[in-house]
Write a protein that binds this ligand. Structure first.
Ligand code: UT7
Length: 330
């Protein structure tokens, strides 16, 4: 039986850093509130780059790490909720930039759980076909949709991209399980309506005078999402451990979506494990939605934190509502 394994990781973060103090100059917030309530210290902002640019750079970094050429890639999936265009997909534009001429490329929209959804899709395609190598990318330019007059969400998000190459071969280690699920009853809890086709064209009168407005914003019922996130993180870890007859002590690292340090501390407490088991970097990059897990994974890989045989769990949750987990033996 052939296994599917991570053979390379990569990331790209735009250069511009925006500190909490920078934000406090343009809205009623402060470094102390943001750090205490979220664990976020700063975020990156894409200025002249878009989602495709970030995704392409993360992909190049992952391909180098995997020692593969773009033409070796059979499947190229980008998880994003901030695409540069509705059409073409980010993935098709990345394919063109990389000259990944043999790949089938498409996007997946599952908000902050996007990377886990994309990983599951890529794994399924590799398992069910002759495809051998997949490039899975999470790329987001959240700051382009933020309303910097809405402190409730403006302080939370940042831009970035992470990528991973997975490959099918006679591997013993690798992806052991991936679980994804949605609960549309919570669809209204996190919304980004700016690009949505649900909004009527903004014509004011019969003369067809177009009224431009700035509708970009991210709305979140923070407390409700907080409750959902803590509950789902704990149950996803318990479920995947039980299914594979493992104990939390068998897990080297949990790599969670980087939404809020308090969510992670709560989950660690409930699971009776040190918070150090949960890898975090939201202090530096804030919440980069679908990019947060692959960025963290690459950082851990680059730091040499992952050794052959280590069990790790990836945990995603977010808008949709969407959630998912993956058990990987490195
Ligand atoms: O990535 C997708 C998944 N997302 C998540 O998992 C996020 C889950 N939710 C959270 O992380 C938290 O709910 C937030 C960080 C979004 C908010 O933290 P909170 O502790 O739930 O704060 P809150 O919304 O209950 O607001 C508490 C107070 C309010 O003031 P009053 O009404 O008590 O006077 C807010 O107006 O904090 C105020 N506040 C702020 N103050 C300074 C809200 N945002 C800010 C801000 N700066 N940026």
């Amino acid at each position: 039986m052939k296994g599917i394994k991570f053979i390379g990781t990569g990331s790209y973060l735009p250069e511009k850093t925006i500190s909490n103090d920078d934000l406090s100059k343009i809205m009623d917030t402060n470094d102390e509130w943001i750090r205490q309530r979220t664990g976020i210290g700063q975020r990156r902002m894409a200025i002249e780059e878009g989602c495709v640019d970030l995704a392409t750079k993360a992909a190049i970094s992952a391909l180098e790490n995997a020692k593969l050429k773009p033409e070796d890639i059979d499947v190229l999936i980008v998880a994003t909720c901030t695409p540069d265009n509705y059409c073409p997909s980010v993935a098709c534009m990345v394919q063109e930039k990389l000259l990944a001429v043999n790949a089938v490329a498409f996007d997946i929209s599952a908000a902050c759980t996007g990377f886990i959804f994309a990983l599951k899709t890529a794994e399924s395609l590799l398992k069910s076909s002759e495809y051998k190598n997949a490039l899975v990318i999470g790329s987001e330019v959240m700051t382009k949709l933020i309303n910097f007059e809405n402190r409730n969400t403006a302080v939370l998000f940042g831009d970035g991209a992470g990528a991973a190459v997975i490959s099918k071969n006679d591997f013993e280690n690798g992806i052991k399980d991936i679980y994804i699920k949605t609960d549309g009853s919570g669809a209204g809890l996190i919304t980004m309506p700016a690009l949505g086709s649900i909004k009527d064209a903004n014509f004011e009168d019969k003369e067809f005078t177009y009224v431009s407005d700035n509708t970009r914003d991210i709305f979140m019922e923070g407390r409700e999402v907080f409750k959902f996130a803590t509950t789902i993180m704990v149950s996803m870890v318990k479920d995947i451990l039980e299914k594979h007859n493992l104990d939390i002590s068998d897990i080297k690292y949990v790599v969670p979506h980087q939404a809020n340090i308090r969510i992670i501390d709560y989950a660690a407490k409930k699971l009776k494990v040190s918070s150090d088991v949960f890898y975090t970097n939201m202090e530096e990059y804030a919440n980069t939605s679908a990019a947060s897990i692959p960025i963290a994974l690459h950082e851990m890989n680059a730091k040499g934190l992952l050794s052959k045989g280590d069990n790790i769990i990836l945990l995603g949750f977010g808008g949709g509502l969407t959630f998912g987990s993956a058990l990987i033996t490195w």
